[in-house]
Design a protein around this ligand. Structure first.
Ligand SMILES: Nc1ncnc2c1ncn2[C@@H]1O[C@H](COP(=O)(O)OP(=O)(O)O)[C@@H](O)[C@H]1O
Ligand SMILES: [Mg+2]
Length: 158
């Protein structure tokens, strides 16, 4: 097990529909990988299986050595996932939204506040940190979503 993400002959069937058909993939540390394909070709289903949000019909998945179907929490603690549209509390500020996520990830308030300053700077949202997320443009929401994913780095891995 050398890859950060490894799949072996991974398949997912929804009744008669074969959403993913025998995918074998190894992604290494530091690798950037684009999963491209037309609508309905199984990209989302693949991601959901990597995250442990849906179970494979057959084949194996390992994320950082863990099987997401059997150890979903180990994977969810470590993996970041930025979907197309991120759900935020619109009446909370950017900083307050990140504080909430940080708490769910088990960071102390002091850890959280330091990490939040860092990630807001990294995504270029420092100047609007105290503005409500509901007033953010789509691009700003995506940046805030990225900040949320980056919060996990160096957070308390069990
Ligand atoms: N929950 C589901 N129930 C039934 N069929 C599904 C479900 N999710 C996806 N599918 C089917 O699986 C195939 C792959 O879908 P999906 O993974 O969403 O593709 P992509 O993300 O590449 O557009 C499609 O035929 C889709 O209709
Ligand atoms: Mg999709």
């Amino acid at each position: 097990m050398n890859g950060v993400i490894e799949t072996q002959d991974l398949s997912k069937h929804y009744g008669p529909v074969i959403a993913v058909d025998g995918l074998t993939l190894t992604l290494s540390k530091g690798e950037v990988f684009g999963l491209l394909g037309p609508n309905g070709s199984g990209k989302t289903t693949t991601i959901l299986m990597l995250l442990g949000l849906t179970e494979p019909t057959s084949g194996t998945v390992r994320v950082l050595g863990y099987d997401p179907a059997r150890n979903p929490l180990q994977v969810k603690r470590r993996a970041g996932y930025l979907p197309d549209s991120v759900g935020f509390y619109d009446d909370l500020t950017a900083r307050e939204n990140l504080r909430y996520t940080a708490r769910l990830n088990g960071l102390t308030r002091a850890e959280a506040d330091a990490r939040i300053i860092d990630v807001l700077a990294r995504v270029g949202l420092t100047s609007v940190a105290n503005r409500q997320a509901g007033a953010f443009s789509r691009g700003m929401r995506q940046r805030l979503g990225l900040a949320e994913v980056l919060l996990k780095q160096r957070s308390s891995w069990a």
